[in-house]
Ligand binder design. Structure first.
Ligand SMILES: Cc1cc2nc3c(=O)[nH]c(=O)nc-3n(C[C@H](O)[C@H](O)[C@H](O)COP(=O)(O)OP(=O)(O)OC[C@H]3O[C@@H](n4cnc5c(N)ncnc54)[C@H](O)[C@@H]3O)c2cc1C
Length: 441
């Protein structure tokens, strides 16, 4: 893979020093990607948005129905191989779907947990038996899934988890005990991807598929600032007994699984907040044109034009880095790649995925803040869209690794790659040093 990449592809993090030849943009979408984008937009605008008030009141049976409809439209399994019932499409198509789902408020979190963090650990690391059993049910929307890493005492420090799994004496089952925190889809999920330490040992941190039961049950719904249309609960594991075959990968693979899956979550989150920013900008623009003060539309005032311009600038940057990144991922994956190559290609651009997560979530926060300001007092009223957009945006700087943690990962990963010789930074720095020391050259 390295040889092929050296010949044809820009490596992860190499945008710092390499000359770019090709950049993927939305103008490069295929007809099929455009159509799937349009289908997603119609699904969100016609079916999800009208249900958001009911979802905000926790009508989870409606959330289940909407997930099922997403499955019927093929949106849950777009990037999943055909052998497990998916459409086998590229990552770009998944990102197009994520962008339009970003218009769906808190339901975007439900959708993300179902299609990304709650599904991909099985796809990329599970046994063939687990994949064949669970993936078709999850991507049809028949089964709702959730990803359970965080605990009350361990958030950013995910490996500090205290949940324990013990193998029974006959080696046939694991028994899990512990409590997870802030689990998206928690209250109505049927199955949970749970991270736990076998025998409580740090190096045996592992992932398991655990079905809902009296011994694996959600706690009460969190009272949240925003994304109220998504469910967030603790998960209580009290002697939850599962078949030993529900271990995902091997004992000790937990960190690898958790962090690789978060990479996918990060570039997808960048896409969905970009979709949210586009919607917020469009609504703010419409309002600014309609709202009259001093006998004119407020959009004619310089201060408001400046806000709209700054909102557009950040949205454009978010869109550009989103599609540039997924374009690089798909170029590296190429045709006919297996799951291992797909995962390696996503991991290659871990730095870019972290950058996207930070830049796009902060772009959305800026955009919705100015949206509230453009709406004036009506921006503060729950009867207008700005108030919900403002509250919903804030979580994106916190989950999928806080922006502080992602800001630590970006230079950390860059340095690691440079030291391993995977980035041409050291030769480039040496060439620069030679040039400075020998100005006549
Ligand atoms: C609505 C919602 C949905 C969620 N969904 C899920 C889910 O589905 N599954 C799941 O497993 N989790 C989920 N989470 C949990 C989320 O991922 C964590 O809240 C997040 O990782 C932060 O952990 P924490 O809340 O414990 O904060 P802490 O880790 O305690 O961090 C507190 C503050 O300290 C900062 N900080 C921590 N360590 C460092 C450091 N080394 N350097 C600099 N700053 C640092 C953080 O950036 C943050 O600002 C969800 C959370 C919410 C609120």
């Amino acid at each position: 893979m390295d040889t092929q990449m050296e010949k044809e592809y820009m490596k992860g993090g190499e945008f710092l020093i390499a000359d770019t030849t090709e950049i993927f943009t939305p103008e490069d979408f295929t007809e099929e990607q455009r159509m799937i984008g349009e289908t997603t937009r119609e699904f969100v605008d016609n079916e999800i948005q009208p249900q958001l008030p009911a979802l905000e009141k926790h009508a989870w049976e409606i959330a289940r129905e909407l997930v099922k409809k997403g499955g019927d439209l093929g949106l849950l399994g777009a990037t999943i191989p055909e052998e497990y019932g998916g459409l086998g499409l590229d990552q770009t198509t998944g990102v197009v779907i994520a962008e339009y789902i970003g218009r769906a408020g808190g339901f975007g979190t439900t959708f993300g947990a179902q299609t990304s963090i709650g599904l991909l650990p099985i796809l990329y690391f599970g046994s063939e038996e687990l994949k064949k059993y669970w993936i078709p049910k999850i991507i049809s929307g028949e089964t709702i899934t959730a990803y359970c890493l965080t605990e009350a005492g361990s958030g950013s420090d995910a490996l500090g988890a205290k949940t324990v799994a013990r193998l029974t004496e006959d080696g046939q089952h694991y028994v899990l005990n512990g409590e997870k925190m802030f689990i998206s889809n928690g209250s109505f999920a049927d199955v949970y991807i749970v991270f736990a330490k076998v025998d409580g040992e740090k190096e045996k941190f592992s992932a398991f598929v655990v079905e809902r039961s009296d011994n694996c049950r959600p706690g009460s719904e969190e009272h949240k600032m925003g994304i109220k249309s998504s469910s967030t609960t603790p998960l209580i594991l009290s002697d939850a007994k599962i078949p030993a075959t529900n271990l995902i990968g091997n004992v000790g693979d937990g960190a690898k699984i958790a962090f690789n899956i978060l990479n996918v979550g990060r570039f997808k989150l960048g896409a969905s907040v970009t979709g949210g920013a586009k919607l917020a900008l469009a609504e703010a623009l419409k309002y600014a044109n309609e709202r009259q003060q001093f006998g004119k539309s407020i959009s004619s005032f310089g201060a408001i034009k400046h806000k709209l311009a700054e909102m557009a600038i950040r949205t454009w940057v978010a869109e550009s880095i989103t599609y540039r990144t997924v374009g690089m991922i798909d170029a590296l994956i190429g045709d006919g790649a297996d799951n291992t190559k797909k995962l390696q290609s996503i991991e290659e651009y871990a730095v870019e995925s972290s950058i996207n997560k930070v830049a796009c979530s902060e772009a959305l926060d800026y955009v919705v803040d100015e949206m509230v300001q453009i709406y004036g007092g009506y921006g503060y009223s729950a009867d207008y869209p700005a108030e919900k957009a403002y509250r919903d945006s804030r979580i994106n700087r916190i989950f999928e690794g806080t922006n502080e943690i992602n800001r630590l990962l970006i230079p950390g990963q860059m340095m690691k790659r440079a030291m391993k010789g995977k980035l041409g930074i050291i030769p480039a720095a040496k060439a620069l040093q030679d040039e400075i020391l020998n100005p006549q050259m």
